[in-house]
Write a protein that binds this ligand. Structure first.
Ligand code: PLP
Length: 395
């Protein structure tokens, strides 16, 4: 057993024998790249010139006034393609090029990671194939169109529930056949080692910037840091530089969907059990026979039945706390942030906002919190309209 692949009892490399060498090669290439100043300079060049970093740490005045504590938003929604996902894609695709790969593949659920991958593949002239569940392709037609406009081929996956979990299985199978010339870009802090470590490395720019920005504004660390958790990439990036700062409370927010006792939710930390999926051991939603259960959330990006292994470890060690927010609470927070600050957040990010509003009740006016605003809500307007329609808001 490769002990560095583990976070406590979580993580590992649960893949077929034929992929073990590929993971080993990837690990070596990754470790060499992040120690190579030229590679890191190139990565930061594209983050600056193409993605638009650094992103602001915005002091939300009206929100702070209403909730009587200092609230800062880390504006990942302002990145090119509208979310944090491009930070990670940029790192992985540069690594792919360095390893001499000419093709990239990726899985996508809502299409956000697929769009980020297709974008970077266009930028670097790489052949790009995106695996997407048939059901998701119907639900997210606009993102399918974006990926195709960017030159990617989108493969419809018809197995299981025809969603992200199945698309990921298919991407792993395709990778096992083609790893010679193909790099698999995973979109969250999940998968077999070294993926959770890579994704954390390339997303940790979020907390590296935020820590300095908050110091400049307040002269100290924030008291609380909050981020939403799907697979766990924006949150691990938002936590990374604060993990060793034990005075900072770290809170991850999962989707409670229709409520965690309803059976229709995505709270792998609240109700999951340790199990193996997509090459890793972590907390997963499963039935009593160990079959993976379908997750539910109004936000497609949080609709994943598991969570990255480092989060499972941070939870068990007590360093981070995980809570959940329902669809309704998230939508209320989304509408409130839109009206109070003129920022329409992604529904995923609205889960973090909703919990921050609760958390503020136990904070003082001189304390402060940083919330990761992982993405913008433009992609969600149809979902928001349907929701408001159902609620009678638009009558
Ligand atoms: C994909 C996505 C998420 C969830 O993914 P993580 O890996 O948990 O960060 C959250 N917010 C937005 C805007 C997303 O696109």
């Amino acid at each position: 057993m490769n002990s560095k692949a583990y976070y406590g009892k979580f993580g590992g490399q649960f893949v077929s024998e034929s992929l073990m060498n590929t993971l080993e090669e990837l690990d070596e290439a990754f470790e060499a790249a992040i120690r190579d100043p030229e590679f890191m300079e190139q990565y930061h060049y594209y983050l600056r010139q193409y993605v638009g970093r650094e992103t602001p740490l915005y002091f939300a005045e009206r929100l702070s006034e209403k909730y009587r504590t200092k609230i800062y938003l880390k504006r990942e929604d302002l990145n090119h393609t509208g979310a944090h996902k491009i930070n990670n894609v940029m790192g992985q695709i540069l690594l792919a090029g360095r390893m001499g790969k000419t093709k990239v593949i990726a899985e996508t659920g809502a299409g956000q990671h697929g769009v980020a991958t297709a974008t970077a593949a266009a930028l670097f002239g790489m052949e790009c194939t995106i695996y997407m569940g048939k059901e998701d392709m119907q639900r997210q037609r606009l993102n399918v169109m974006r990926m195709e406009m960017l030159g990617a081929s989108v493969v419809s996956v018809e197995s299981g529930s025809n969603t992200l979990k199945d698309a990921t299985n298919e991407a792993i199978r395709a990778w096992a056949r083609t790893a010679e010339d193909t790099f698999y870009i995973i979109g969250s802090a999940v998968g077999p080692y070294p993926y959770p470590k890579m994704v954390k490395e390339f997303q940790s720019v979020i907390s590296r910037e935020a820590k300095i920005q908050h110091r400049n504004a307040e002269g100290k660390n924030p008291d609380v840091v909050i981020a939403c958790v799907g697979g766990g990439s924006n949150s691990i990036g938002m936590f990374a530089d604060f993990i060793d700062e034990t005075d900072v409370e770290l809170i991850g927010v999962e989707a409670a969907g229709c409520g965690i006792s309803s059976g229709k939710h995505a709270s792998a930390m609240a109700l999951g059990e340790p199990g193996v999926l997509h090459g890793m051991k972590s907390y997963l939603l499963q039935d009593t026979d160990g079959n993976i259960q379908l997750a539910h959330s109004i936000s497609a990006g949080l609709d994943y039945p598991g969570v990255g292994p480092e989060h499972a470890y941070l939870r068990d060690s007590g360093r981070a706390k995980y809570v959940s927010i329902t669809d309704t609470e998230a939508m209320d927070a989304l509408l409130e942030l839109s009206k109070l600050e003129g920022i329409i957040p992604a529904i995923e990010s609205a889960h973090a906002i909703a919990y921050a509003m609760k958390k503020a009740e136990e904070m003082t006016e001189t304390q402060s919190m940083v919330i990761c605003l992982s993405g913008r809500g433009d992609k969600d307007v149809n979902t928001i309209a349907d929701y408001l329609d159902g609620k009678g808001y638009l009558d």
